[in-house]
Design a protein around this ligand. Sequence first.
Ligand code: NFS
Length: 656
Amino acid sequence: MAKSKELNIQEATICPSTIQMLEKAQKDGVQISFHRANDMAACPIGAVSACCKNCSMGPCRMSPKDPYAKVGVCGATIDTIGARNFARMVVAGAAAHTDHGMGMLDCFKEVAHGKVDGFRIKDEQKLKEVCGYLDIPITVEVDGEVKEREILELASELAEELEKTYTQVEGEIPFMKRVPEKTLERWRELGIVPRGAMRELMEMMHRTHIGVDQEYVNISRQFQRAALSDGWGGSMVATEISDILFGTPKPIDAYVDMGCLEEKQVNVVINGHEPIMFEAMIDSVNDPKMIEKAKAAGAEGLNLAGMCCSGAEVLMRHGVPHAGNFMSTEALLVTGAVDAMAVDVQCIKQGLSPVAECYGTPFITTNYRAHIEGATHIQLDESNPRECVDQVVELAIERFKNRSKPIEIPQNKHIGIHGFGHESILYHLGGTYRPSYRPLNDAIISGRIRGVAGVVGCTNPRVKHDWVHTEVVKELIKNDVLVLQTGCSTIAIGKAGLLTPEAAKFAGPGLAEICETVGIPPVLSLGSCVDNSRILIAASAVLKEGGLGERLSDLPVAGSAPEWMSEKAISIGQYFVSSGVYTVFGAAFPVTEGTKFKEHLFSGLEEEVGGMWDFAVDPYEHAAKMIAHIDKKREALGINVKQERKLFDMADRREL
Ligand code: NFS
């Protein structure tokens, strides 16, 4: 392996398991992303999007220090270049989520048409609810008698309707029916209500080609439309279909961290994003025939663990343990204990392939969209998913039998509650007798909960791994802000032990009181990155419950991605901003200081859509900005004075 500059491991991460594996990697002469980030300084021009390579007259490099000193060969200014680059990040990120959603829809259609053996509709209630949102009738009148429609018939109709999320050439996509009225009205005025994602993403790519859209505000209208086709479109479809097929998550106890690996068992790890392969894998490792094979090879059994967003999908639905987030994926292989790693799409580092080779771990790609040099490709066929996953398990058993490298498993694992969402927030805070958002709204209005924050996204070796997430979240809960989490961020917080009701002791007095009363943690784990749509749904439900304004932008909420790295994160950030949420990113921000385009993102958008971007690398400044915004919204709503708890007597109750 290439020689690295010396890495200061203690400065790279706060995750003890990752630290232990970095030390082992160093002894083993293995290089992972932390070393590569240490060796390769980020390009200062690219980091702020001050270059354009959209044609071969360039690439043109602007001057980040004096952004208006030069223009590109075609005459494009830094604002046009910055906006075009940003737009293309949104498109790539939105395309990833919408293609994931479309993959889920393809599978759903097959199930609805009875063509798949491995999967069925698990959550009929959710199917009916989603049909309800889209005005698809769930009953039919036959001979004067009202009857429930057949489940598969409903599913087919829903699939057909949801396909419009992608293919609709004109008109608003189906889930616009879930957007709060005033927010939607504003989008209509601005012309940013999305049509089908294919159209929006295609148009955005067209408009960023040399010589088309060269006015940053106009470009930003289209990238907002593209981002909204992700958040309220592709991502939302992915979440809803996954719930219908595999079950809507309910709060469940589960473990995170590398201690989930078992030395005496065959360890199979799944990494990527779509739940399809993982769900089939759960069947496979629980199949007595496969367990028998593992035992015949001398193992005590088959052990399954997830990573990244694939892991988050099954962590919250089934309590399958999660071994680590994006920056721990290669480190996990360094344990030598992974007997096979199977991957599908997104956030799968190419660097996994050589690390897997070093430890003799079979590394298997399963989706035609994502082959990786050095990996074995076993295509997953959705109509018979067991064929692929059983082969993965057999490769793992074979590797277990022939384990030749020393094994070192960090003995850390942390329990937490995962699997919150719109439905469980409703029941947990409202009670099963009368599920409602009222108690949550009342807690916000009274000031016990100061506001709600979504802290989400990747991990990134350019900042201290897991540290920024953890400190931001600690600051927020300390200040009575209820935190909703998805993706890699959740795993960082799970490792910090903040996903348990006992973590209420780290919360401010108001939030702690709520947590203790209803038995929830101060930080709620909501799933994978496509499940950020759950945050939009919960926010819309809070608004509908009343007392906190008319638009999503009126709510005392804020978004954050403290260690983001992927283009998907930019798309997520943009659909949050366009939905009206003030959103702070850490690590780096791909825009040049002192430009009109930056000003537009960080302030102009607030006038347009009520939300805007902000940036802070330091976690304390990051959290302080979010809290200040929450306070600003509380003030605008006239709820900035903490109300004393009022004990009602009978006369008060009668008045109520
Ligand atoms: Ni989302 Fe980042 Fe990737 Fe998931 Fe993790 S890195 S934007 S959290 S796994 S998508």
